[in-house]
Design a protein around this ligand. Sequence first.
Ligand SMILES: [Fe+2]
Length: 212
Amino acid sequence: MKNYHPADLVDILRKIENLIRPGVVYQTNGDRVKVRTGELITAWLPWFTHRAGKSRTWWRPSVGEQVFILSPNGNLALGCVLPSIFSDANPAPAKSEDGYLVTFPDGASFEYEPETSQLTIKGIKTAIIEASDQITAKAGSKIQLDTPLVECSDHVTFKSFSASGGGAKGSTGTLTGNVIHTQGQLSSNGIVLDSHTHSGVKAGGDSTGKPQ
Ligand SMILES: [Fe+2]
């Protein structure tokens, strides 16, 4: 049997210790991070991401985040950073049984809770959904736009509408530009625009009576 020199054993123990090391992200730069682990601060190391092929994801661990370093052959220089473990500094943000929640440093969150079947995205300032073809929003009973202004840059079509006033412009509705009405009746306070008659008509310069 081969006799190992004590120095070899020290080296083996050091490698075993380095195979998997807990640590806290110390510094970030591009697609690398440095991790403080024990008394050590690592070199710039890559971190594990969900996908890094034809499809790719980006979500870099942040400074102070608790992680593990997995080092092939116990060589810390080859280490890869595996995120993440909750810590006292960054505790779990939810207790849901089956829900999904992402929280962001600006206070925004993205959550789905199967218990209520509700998707909630909040705390954001702007949202952009861009489609080269079509966007469909479908709801069983109502789509509510809770905002002072709805704006369309071109054309709007709908099957029916009602306007009740009371918004920022009070009870006054305005139409600007040409208006074309075809088929059906266009009436105002009971007077039909294209078929009403006038009373008190006689030849001469008098005005007609009111429309009937
Ligand atoms: Fe008239």
